[in-house]
Design a protein around this ligand. Sequence first.
Ligand SMILES: Cc1cc2nc3c(=O)[nH]c(=O)nc-3n(C[C@H](O)[C@H](O)[C@H](O)COP(=O)(O)OP(=O)(O)OC[C@H]3O[C@@H](n4cnc5c(N)ncnc54)[C@H](O)[C@@H]3O)c2cc1C
Length: 397
Amino acid sequence: MTGRKRVALIGAGIGGLTAARALALRGFEVRVFEQSDELKEVGAGIQVAPNSAKVLRALGLEPQLKAAGYQPRSVVVRDWDDGRELRRTPMDHAQAKYGAGYYLMHRADLLRMLAQPVPGVTIELGARVEALSSTEKQASVTLSGGRKIEFDLVVGCDGIHSLARKTLHGAQSPRFTGNMCWRALTPAGVFPRGLVAPDMTIWMGPLGHIVVYYIRGGQFVNMVASRETKTWVEESWSVESSAQEMSAAFPNVGGDMRMLIDRAQNCFKWGLFDRDPLPWWSRGRITLLGDAAHPMLPFLAQGAAMAIEDAFVLAREAGASPDDLAAALQRYETIRRPRATDVQLAARAQAGIFHLTSPAARLKRWLKLDRFTRSDPKLLNRDWLYEHDVTAEQPAC
Ligand SMILES: Cc1cc2nc3c(=O)[nH]c(=O)nc-3n(C[C@H](O)[C@H](O)[C@H](O)COP(=O)(O)OP(=O)(O)OC[C@H]3O[C@@H](n4cnc5c(N)ncnc54)[C@H](O)[C@@H]3O)c2cc1C
């Protein structure tokens, strides 16, 4: 490498912080610009699936992942009317089957883990990027206040409202997906012992589904409840709600799930937005990563996983040809865009099976769930997601 190449990352979310670590480990000098005054994540859980756990292991974070992550016994699908079990996938063998464990975590714990200091990474908080531009050889960011800084590469890790994406593709609003969501984080002691199984459970009903799992060693129960709606709702994660409001939004839920909703605490609500897949991600020395490139519905729990995979591949390809970063960006995009697009579209398709309305279709789902998943493995079978291992691939040059 002719001198250490300098990379700017816009955004210190899960994508930006993973990319910072991955790029620094490949010898790049990295500056992360984050508009918030502190590194923060919302009080909610996140699933770290085996495909992303493999990347975190390759980045030296497996001990922390094991310490902070809750490993569920199984992934279980239930009908929310009566609690009937529709499908059970044991996860205690995830390590053997997929090559890495399956972890349920508090988002703040994941972010803290990713933000551990690494030589070569500087994180600037309260640093909002107002503009970016690129030539064939360099890119620059302009911070609020007017400071302009040149880099060899600029990566937009700036989420669904990405300025980098807007700079490359022009302004387009995210698409309201017709779904709204509640999240709740409840101390486990609030529920009768045994009510919440040590599984990752998806309760499916007409026009909605609810995901329930433990985090922080079983101290908290994380709940995310999605429901289709025609009314436009707030996109922010931070609109406060309540168990009463959530309960009213899911009037037909029965059995154990009813009690879980009625006693839920720390409830927030928001609207779910995504965007259509992009035809290209990079121009000059600017590229996109994570939600900035491919924001998706959370129905496969793979948005952050895709950002983490993106980060590893970008760093690997840039590290393989640091003196030809334009070629590295082309390889990054050729490798990542098809996979991210597949996952983005599959996440949309999930609503079709999670939210079936007619009793006949729901009965068919129950009777033929295995056949369903065999005929279209992307519907409920997650092997194609979890088996993927970007850390086993060689640089494409
Ligand atoms: C309900 C729900 C559940 C989910 N569950 C899962 C799950 O279980 N597993 C999973 O893998 N994924 C899940 N996801 C998806 C996941 O949360 C996102 O895909 C992931 O957080 C995206 O990370 P990111 O770093 O790309 O973007 P973000 O987390 O949005 O981070 C972007 C960062 O950029 C900063 N920023 C923005 N603009 C600027 C600017 N101009 N200058 C400086 N900084 C800027 C922001 O402040 C922010 O910190 C879920 C999503 C939802 C909505």
